[in-house]
Design a protein around this ligand. Structure first.
Ligand SMILES: [Cu+2]
Length: 495
C-alpha cells in the first residue's frame, strides 16, 4: 500500500468515524432530553420541612372532588380525621352494622395535594370504637405506608408527617389485622397527588370507588361481615360509593353536554378487579392505574382497575342523556355495580339519532334492584310521523271481553329484578270452559308475548297497549309465560 493510499484511507475512516460519532452524540443527547424529563420527577427538590407554609388540606366525600391545587410551591398540608365504627345502609332497608369508616364515611375522603407537599395526618380513633385501626397510605414511602405509625386504639390519636414524593391517584386503607376484614368493612379512601404543574383543566371532576360488601344475604334488616363469603371472593354486593344506588336517580351526578368529565375511579376491592366502563361513552383519555406522568391511553372502552388501585378516565359527552357506570364483568350488575351520570343538553343528530320511535328505556337505572317503583321515562319524543310503526301488532282499541277475564302485563315486567317483582296481573285466573282470556300489555315501553308452556297457544309480540284474546274450551291447567321475559309466568285454570 502506497503512502498516498494509506493517507486517504486514514482520512476516509476519520470522516466515517466523525459522522458516526456525530449521529451517536445526537442520539444520546436526544435520549438524555427524554430522560431528563422523566428524571425531573424523580429529582424533585424538596423544600425543607421547617420552612414550609402550613394550611388545612382540602378533602371531600364521594362523589365530590376538591378543587385543583393551583399553587406551584410546596406546603405542609394538615389533615384531621376520626375513625368511627358506624352503620351504613348498603341497600334499601339493608343496614350494615360493621361499617367502619374514616370520618364515619364509606368510602373515606379524597385528599388532594401537590407533589412535594408534606402531609401532616392527625388520625383519631373514636372513643366508642371497639377496635384498633390505622392507615396504610399508598402514596407514602415508609414502613407500612404509615400503618404502625398511625395505629390508634379507641380514644387515641397519632400523627404522621409524610412527603408526597410522586404524582398519582392513590388508595389508602386500614391495615390492622385482620387487614382484609378492615378493608371490606369500608376502611379506605384515596389521595390525589397532583404533578408539579397540575392536571389539565376539565369541566367536571368526580370521585367514584368500587368495592365489595360481604353479607350472608340481601334481605332487609341488620347485617354483619361474612368471612366465609369474603374468603371465597363471593360478595353479596358490589357497589360504587359504598351502597347500592349511591350514584343513581336523585343522587346521580350531573354534567353538561360537550363538557369534559374526569372520573377518579378507585377500586378498594378487597378481592375483585374492576372492568370499568361507561355505557354510551368512549374514554378520550385513561390514566391507567392512576399513572399521571405517562401519556394517557386514548379512546378506550373499558379499563382494568386492580384491587387496591385506581384509574383516571376522561370523556366528553357529545349527546345528552343518562349514562351508566358499570363494572363490565357484567353479572355484578345484579349485585349493585351500577351508577349513572346525567348529561344535560340537547339531541345531536349528527352523532346519535334514533330513527324509530321506541318509547323504550333499554337499560333502566334500577334494572338490578328489587326495590322501589320503576321510573320509566320515554327516551324519544312521541313521533307525529304516521309512516313509522312498531314492527309488532299495533295497539288494539280498548275492548273489554264480554265473556272472559283480562290479564295484564304489568309495568316493569320486562326488567328482571332481584326479589319480588310484578309480572302478570293477576298471575292466576280461573275460568269456565268456553270463556276467553285477554292478555293486555299494560307495560310502559316494552313488548311482551304470551304462550302456553305445552304449546296450547301463542300470541304475537304485543306492543304496549296491545292485546291478545284466546278462548279456552278444554278443562285443565295451562301454564303460560312471556317469550322474551321467561320470568313472567302465570296459569289459567279452566273448569
Ligand atoms: Cu381498621
Amino acid at each position: 500500500m502506497s503512502d498516498k493510499t494509506y493517507r486517504w484511507l486514514i482520512l476516509g475512516t476519520s470522516i466515517f468515524l466523525a459522522i458516526g460519532l456525530g449521529i451517536f452524540l445526537g442520539k444520546s443527547s436526544s435520549s438524555q432530553k427524554n430522560e431528563s424529563k422523566e428524571q425531573k420527577q424523580a429529582q424533585l427538590v424538596l423544600t425543607p420541612k421547617a420552612t414550609l407554609p402550613s394550611e388545612d388540606a382540602r378533602w371531600t366525600f364521594a362523589p365530590d372532588v376538591p378543587v385543583p391545587i393551583g399553587r406551584r410551591d410546596q406546603r405542609r398540608e394538615i389533615v384531621h380525621w376520626t375513625i368511627r365504627e358506624a352503620q351504613n345502609e348498603i341497600a334499601p332497608g339493608v343496614i350494615y352494622d360493621d361499617a367502619w369508616g374514616f370520618e364515619g364515611h364509606v368510602p373515606g375522603p379524597l385528599l388532594r395535594v401537590r407533589v412535594g407537599d408534606l402531609v401532616e395526618v392527625h388520625l383519631r380513633n373514636a372513643l366508642n370504637s371497639m377496635r384498633t385501626h390505622n392507615i396504610d397510605f399508598h402514596f407514602v414511602m415508609g414502613p407500612g405506608g404509615g400503618a404502625s405509625a398511625l395505629s390508634v386504639a379507641p380514644g387515641e390519636e397519632a400523627v404522621l408527617e409524610a412527603r408526597a414524593t410522586a404524582p398519582g391517584f392513590y388508595m389508602f386503607h386500614c391495615a390492622t389485622p385482620d387487614i382484609p376484614m378492615h378493608i371490606a368493612n369500608g376502611m379506605y379512601g384515596f389521595v390525589l397527588v397532583e404533578p408539579e404543574e397540575g392536571l389539565p383543566q376539565v369541566g367536571k371532576e368526580l370521585y367514584v370507588v368500587q368495592s365489595e360488601i360481604y353479607t350472608n344475604d340481601d334481605k332487609p334488616g341488620h347485617k354483619n361481615f361474612d368471612m366465609v363469603r369474603a374468603d371465597k371472593a363471593d360478595p353479596q354486593y358490589v357497589v360504587f360509593n359504598g351502597s347500592v344506588g349511591a350514584l343513581l336517580k336523585d343522587q346521580a351526578p350531573v354534567a353538561t353536554q360537550n363538557e369534559s368529565v374526569r372520573i377518579y375511579v378507585g377500586n378498594a376491592g378487597p378481592n375483585l378487579i374492576s372492568s370499568f366502563h361507561v355505557i354510551g361513552q368512549i374514554f378520550d383519555k385513561v390514566y391507567r392505574e392512576g399513572d399521571l406522568l405517562s401519556p394517557a391511553a386514548r379512546s378506550l372502552q373499558t379499563t382494568l382497575i386492580p384491587a387496591g388501585g385506581s384509574a383516571v378516565v376522561e370523556f366528553t359527552p357529545p349527546v345528552a342523556g343518562t349514562f351508566l357506570l358499570v363494572d363490565h364483568a357484567i353479572f355484578r350488575l345484579h349485585h349493585g355495580a351500577v351508577g349513572s351520570l346525567k348529561v344535560h343538553g340537547q339531541e345531536n343528530a349528527e352523532i346519535f339519532e334514533p330513527k324509530t320511535p321506541r318509547n323504550m328505556v333499554p337499560m333502566s337505572e334500577d334494572a338490578h334492584l328489587g326495590h322501589g317503583p320503576h321510573e320509566i321515562t320515554p327516551v324519544t319524543k312521541p313521533s307525529g310521523d304516521s309512516g313509522v310503526h312498531f314492527a309488532m301488532s299495533a295497539p288494539a282499541p280498548e275492548a273489554q271481553p264480554v265473556n272472559g277475564v283480562t290479564i295484564k302485563m304489568l309495568p316493569g315486567s320486562g326488567l328482571w329484578k332481584k326479589g319480588p317483582m310484578q309480572t302478570f296481573g293477576p298471575k292466576m285466573v280461573t275460568i269456565k270452559a268456553g270463556q276467553s282470556v285477554t292478555f293486555k300489555n299494560a307495560d310502559v315501553g316494552m313488548a311482551h308475548s304470551v304462550f302456553g308452556e305445552k304449546g296450547e297457544f301463542a300470541s304475537p309480540m304485543l306492543a304496549p297497549g296491545g292485546t291478545f284474546t284466546k278462548q279456552f274450551d278444554q278443562k285443565g291447567v295451562i301454564h303460560f309465560q312471556c317469550a322474551p321475559h321467561p320470568w313472567m309466568k302465570g296459569a289459567i285454570i279452566v273448569k
